[in-house]
Design a protein around this ligand. Sequence first.
Ligand code: GTP
Ligand code: MG
Length: 557
Amino acid sequence: VAAPGETLRKDESGITCIKKCIHSIVEYFLLAVEKDRRKSLYAVQTERQEQARRSVLISCPARTNEKKFLKYLSRHGDIKNYFFYESYGVYAVVEFANQESVASLLEGTDVPSISHESMVPFKSRLLSLKNLGSVDSPKQQLGKQCQSQTTPPINELIQRLSKEESIDQQVTSLTEAYQLTEENSRLRFLVCSLLSDIAAAYFPESIIKPFGSSVNGFGKLGCDLDMFLDLDGITGKRANMPQSDLSLEYQMKRANSERAVTQSILSVIGECVDQFGPGCVGVQKILNARCPLVRFAHQPSGFQCDLTANNRVAMKSTELLYLYGELDPRVRCLVFTVRCWARAHGITSSIPGAWITNFSLTIMVLFFLQKRSPPIIPTLNHLRDLAGPADQSVIEGNDCTFVSDFSKIQLQNNTETLEQLLREFFDFYATFAFSKMSINIRKGKEQNKPEVAMLHIQNPFETSLNVSKNVNASQLERFVALCQESSWLFQQSETNTPRGGKGGNTSTPWGLAAILLPSQVSGVKSRKRRKREPASERIKSLLESLKSNSQQKQKKT
Ligand code: GTP
Ligand code: MG
C-alpha cells in the first residue's frame, strides 16, 4: 500500500507502514474538507449579516469592569461573542445568541435626559454604558485587551519585516499585519446593519451590504467601508402567480431614469444619516458622480463610509476578486504586498486624483498571475465557461457570468515561491508595453489599446470601459520607474541577505523591507517632495512657460 506523497522504506516494520498510510489518508481527507470549507462570498455575507443583526455597539467608560458588564448584559440572554476596541473612547461589540435578547436589551435601555440641548429621538443599537456605582479598582477593569483596528506604522512594519528570515516569510508577515481581523470584519458588518435600520424606515425590505475591499479579501485594517443599498428585495420581486382574473399592484412614483431614482433615494437616505444617524458625521452627498454616493464618517467605528445604491456591477467585481483571492493563498499575499509597496511610495493615495487606484493595482496583480507559466489563476473567460445555469448574470446589458462553485475550478501546478513572484512582478511591469497594450483579465492576454489612455486596464464586466482612465503620464512613469528600482534592488546581494535575526533588537532593512524604504532613484520624485518646492519657484516656472508659449505663438503668426 502506498499512500499519496509517502515513501516507504524497505526496512520499515509493517506497523510503521500502516501508521504512515493512515496518517496520509487522514491528511488527504482533511485537505479535501478544508478545500470544501471555502465558502462563497454570498454564504459569508449571509452569515455575517445575521451575526450583525444579533449584535449591539456600546460605548464604555474607560474604567469598565468587564465581568460586571457581561453579567449585566447576560440578563437579556446568552452572549455568544464580544470584544472591546478603541476609537475616540472604548467600545464593545456584543453579539447575543438570539435576536430576542437584543429586543429585550433595547426595551430596558433609557433615553438620555439632557438639560441644555435637545435630541433627535431616533433609537438605534448604538448605546452608551453608564456606571452609577463606585469606580472599580484597575485590577477589575477591562481584562480583555482592546483590539487594534489599524495597521502598524510603516517604520514599525519595516522593522518587523527586517527580522524575518526569508522574503517569503516577510510577505506572509506583511499580509498578517495588514489584513482585516475577525473583529474588524464583524464591526464592518455591524455598521452596515446599523445603517440598514435607518434605510428601513423608508424601505423595510432593503439591506445595506458591504462591498469592495471590506469583503473581497484584499482589505487592510483602516480601509474605507464601501456599502450599497440593496433594493432588489423590493424591485426584484417577481409577480405572484395569478389566482384570479383580478390582481393588485402598487402605485409607485416614476422617474426619468434609474440614475434619477438612485440619486433621489441616496439624497433622502443621506439626509436621514446626516440628521438622525447617531455617530455619523461629515455627511457629503456626491450625487453627480458616475456612481452617485453619500460619503460620511462613522465615528464610533472610525470608518470612512461610502454609501451607494443600485451598484450591482461593483458587487460582481467584489465577488470576482474574492474568488481569485480564495483560489490560491499566493494571490492575497501578493496583492497585499504590492498595495503596501505602492502606498509606501505614494503611487496610490487616499485622495482621488490621477494616481493608480488599489482596484487597478489589484487587477494588474491578477493579470500578472494569469501570465505565469503555468498560470496561477484562470482567465475570467474560463471562469465564465465553467458557470452553471444559476450563475448566469447580465447587469445593464453586461455579461457578469462566472462560476461560483470553487470545486469546478482546476488549477495548474505552479510552484513558484512568493519571493520569485514578487521579483517577477516588478520585472514584468518594469518592461510592459504600456504605450501600446491594454491589460485584460478576461482573456489573460494583453490586447491592443482600443483608445488613447496612458494606462489601459479593461473593466472586467463593463468591457468598453477603462478602470484606469484617470491615470496621467507622470503617475505611470513613476510606477514604471519604481518597478525598475525595486527589480534592481532585488538583484543586489545586500538586499537579498537576511540582516537581522529574530533575536536582535535592531536590524537593517533587507528584502521586502528594503524596497519599502523611500526611493533612492533621482528620477522618481515623490509627490510630497514636489510639493515642498517653494511657491515662488513654481510661479516663476509657470510664468516662464507662459512667456515662451506666447513667444512661439507670435512667431507662428
Ligand atoms: P480600497 O478601498 O482602496 O482598500 O480598495 P477597494 O477595492 O475597496 O476600492 P474602492 O473603495 O475604490 O472601490 C470599491 C469597489 O468598487 C472596488 O472593489 C470595485 O469593486 C469597485 N470599483 C472601484 N473602482 C472601480 C472602477 O474604476 N471601475 C469599476 N468597474 N469598479 C470599480
Ligand atoms: Mg474601498
